[in-house]
Write a protein that binds this ligand. Structure first.
Ligand SMILES: [Zn+2]
Ligand SMILES: [Zn+2]
Length: 237
């Protein structure tokens, strides 16, 4: 193994997405072991709805969840959006490092309670617009959804389409993020009968304000979904 990795590092001298040092061991592909281990799962106490870590265990829900109308039952994330996870996700998303799914998908499986996937009919990835997909080789969220689907033997259905170009959530202020996605998604007309009466899990790469998840859940509930849960790779805090 040492020799194999040693040779690999000569042919593909890859820098760690996190610390930019050269990687000698490809256990975590584009992250060195140290940076990978810096990623941590959200710790209790956390908001029962959105998985946001809370300062005390007295309240069940965070301020944001208490303030708005939530259409999803709950969302769980694998890791806190730390420096290493941000760099890793960026690489996975924008630098076409498709193989990273092996590390990131596995991290989701390891850190998200499998109970989220019990009693579920199918998984739905958050879609990207056609234009965005044209710029990239793939929709990273679909890869995550496929990975989870394989593990939990659930089918992945692209039941929701993105019908409006929106500014990237990460470029906006909080207030703009809340309204940016309004009317951006639509349940695909072919999927309408599919969704009715079903329990579904929506998959996204990151939970920031919850606007994306909530908007997805809103239209799915409107189409008759019984329950919408969500999972994301990262949780911004
Ligand atoms: Zn590193
Ligand atoms: Zn919350």
């Amino acid at each position: 193994m040492f020799l194999k990795n040693g040779l690999l590092s000569i042919f593909f001298s890859t820098q760690c997405a996190g610390c930019k040092r050269y990687i000698k061991d490809f256990k975590y592909l584009y992250l060195c072991e140290e940076c990978f281990e810096k990623i941590s799962a959200p710790q209790a106490p956390f908001c029962q709805r959105c998985h946001k870590p809370l300062n005390n265990a007295v309240t069940q829900e965070c301020h944001e969840c208490g303030e708005r109308k939530n259409h999803f039952s709950y969302s769980r994330s694998a890791g806190i959006y730390s420096d290493s996870l941000r760099e890793a996700l960026h690489m996975f998303k924008f630098e076409a490092k498709k193989g990273f799914i092996r590390v990131l998908g596995e991290y989701m499986i390891k850190n998200i309670d499998p109970v989220v996937f019990t009693g579920v009919d199918f998984i739905i990835p958050v879609p990207v617009s056609r234009a965005t997909l044209g710029e990239r080789e793939y929709n990273q969220t679909e890869l995550l959804a496929d990975y989870l689907g394989k593990k939990y033997k659930l089918s992945v259905k692209k039941s929701v389409v993105k019908i409006k170009e929106t500014a990237r959530q990460s470029t906006l202020e909080r207030q703009q993020r809340l309204t940016n996605l309004r009317g951006a998604f639509k349940v695909d007309s072919k999927a309408l009968t599919l969704v009715a009466g079903k329990v579904v899990v929506v998959v996204d790469d990151i939970y920031t304000t919850g606007s994306t998840i909530n908007e997805m859940a809103k239209i799915l509930k409107k189409a008759g979904a019984l329950e919408v849960r969500a999972v994301t790779l990262a949780r911004a805090v």
